[in-house]
Design a protein around this ligand. Structure first.
Ligand code: HEC
Ligand code: HEC
Length: 381
């Protein structure tokens, strides 16, 4: 009786987002959320039959639409051995059918699996506010995320990995469009306790104002994905040092680690051991807690969000840098990106790159000093 399990018939609406929106806009978001779900299903289909919106920007963001077919639906194989249902086979227990990150295995993980629907990713080669490239996601799947529950999928067939990359883009774009369309309904289209006039109703068709708002959102989100590569961080040449030169660089790096400009020690502790207590949260959690004026420890305030599927709020700890485990890579280029961009979705800030020392940022040479110090911290135990 394949297909009769109602959990798999449709993508669940993003109720947590809808509730948070209702709180900040002081109005009901039920109608907006219902219409957004309908429109998003018309554009993106269902877990068994995904669609890719018929727009030029959308076409550019995915490498092969057949990949969506291979990744979606129940687990099976075609006669020629092609694997189908890849996402349900390999990812759904953690990331959940709609990519909310609240799959059945997620509750005890720290960090939690990513909620793709925010469209925010941590371990990537692009500037902080931009999408990862397809290559970033592919490399991540091969490597896994060491130090977290996210395993390596290096043993999958190359075509299966490509298919999963497109499906991550699909779930993320779909989920981000759902969020943005719901917000636009409230902010731009007069949705509230009552529905707006026909011209302003959310629609997957063009020709009305409500349809235009949806097209604009879809265009923006898919263009961001399609253009990710244009926003890659340019990593300058990294001089390999040894002996006294290396030691001097590490010493300078240590000073920057503690200095006013970078102040890494302010979060990571004087020896990078992550010993300072933290009361901060990541952006995925802030959305239903501090950002809308709620206290994460307040169980009563959290109840409606938890009932709607939100994971229990948990603080994010600055990393212990001495344990040698880097989630996003400990090579010099990865660390250069982490330091100059910070880590998207987390409290880790960016250090400004300047061409000359000015007390506000660090030069490339100074960042390399810092990188060498961090690398040395991670191997000196
Ligand atoms: C056992 C649980 C688990 C499984 C299975 C799993 N993941 Fe993850 N995944 C995680 C966790 C935990 C994170 C968050 C790590 C972090 O925040 O650093 C994550 C993060 C991610 C990210 C975000 C990376 C970033 O840069 O922000 C992507 C993309 C991803 N997973 C894709 C997948 C795909 C595709 C599959 C299936 C092939 C999969 N994951 C299977 C646990 C899992
Ligand atoms: C406001 C607090 C804060 C400051 C300041 C800060 N960090 Fe972080 N840092 C974090 C948090 C939180 C994480 C964990 C992010 C995650 O895994 O989601 C982190 C993670 C890291 C990682 C791990 C990356 C990986 O791939 O696993 C490195 C390396 C790092 N920080 C270096 C630095 C350096 C160097 C500085 C100074 C330039 C710095 N941090 C400043 C909060 C901070």
């Amino acid at each position: 009786m394949v297909g009769c399990d109602s959990r798999f018939d449709t993508f669940q609406p993003n109720e947590v987002f809808s509730l948070a929106l209702a709180k900040t806009r002081s109005t009901s978001t039920d109608l907006a959320s219902q219409d957004a779900s309908r429109v998003v299903e018309e554009l993106y289909g269902t877990p068994d039959e995904p669609l890719w919106p018929d727009l030029p920007a959308a076409k550019k963001a995915v490498s092969d639409e057949r990949n969506l077919f291979r990744s979606s639906g129940p687990v099976s194989s075609e006669k020629d051995g092609t694997h189908l249902g890849l996402f349900r086979e390999h990812c759904v227990t953690c990331h959940a059918l709609e990519g909310s990150g609240a799959g059945p295995a997620s509750a005890f993980q720290n960090p939690y699996p990513r909620d793709f629907r925010h469209g925010v990713f941590k371990w990537k080669s692009t500037k902080r506010g931009h999408k990862p490239t397809r290559r970033d996601i592919r490399e991540l799947l091969v490597r896994g995320i060491p130090g977290t529950a996210m395993p390596s999928f290096a043993l999958l067939e190359p075509e299966d990995l490509d298919a999963l990359v497109d499906y991550v883009v699909f779930l993320s774009a779909r989920g981000e469009v759902e969020r943005r369309v719901t917000a636009a309904a409230i902010d731009e289209l007069d949705y509230g306790e009552t529905s707006p006039v026909a011209e302003l109703m959310l629609s997957s068709q063009s020709g009305t104002e409500g349809g235009q708002v949806v097209q604009d959102v879809v265009g923006r989100v898919h263009t961001d994905w399609a253009e990710a590569e244009e926003h890659e961080v340019v990593v300058p040449y990294f001089p390999e040092l040894s002996g006294e030169q290396l030691a001097a660089s590490v010493t300078r790096g240590k000073a920057f680690f503690h200095g006013k400009v970078a102040n890494c020690a302010g979060c990571h502790g004087p020896a990078g051991d992550g010993s300072l207590p933290t009361l901060d949260y990541d952006d995925w959690t802030k959305e239903y807690t501090t950002r809308i004026g709620l206290t994460p420890d307040d169980r009563a305030a959290m109840k409606p969000f938890r009932d709607a599927g939100a994971l229990r709020p948990r603080t994010i700890a600055p990393r212990t840098l001495g344990d040698g485990v880097f989630h996003g890579g400990g090579d010099s280029a990865s660390l250069y990106r982490r330091i100059t961009q910070g880590i998207a979705g987390t409290p880790m800030p960016a250090v400004e790159v300047v061409s000359e020392s000015n007390g506000k940022g660090l030069t490339d040479g100074q960042i390399w000093d810092l990188v060498r110090y961090v690398q040395q911290l991670s191997t000196s135990h």
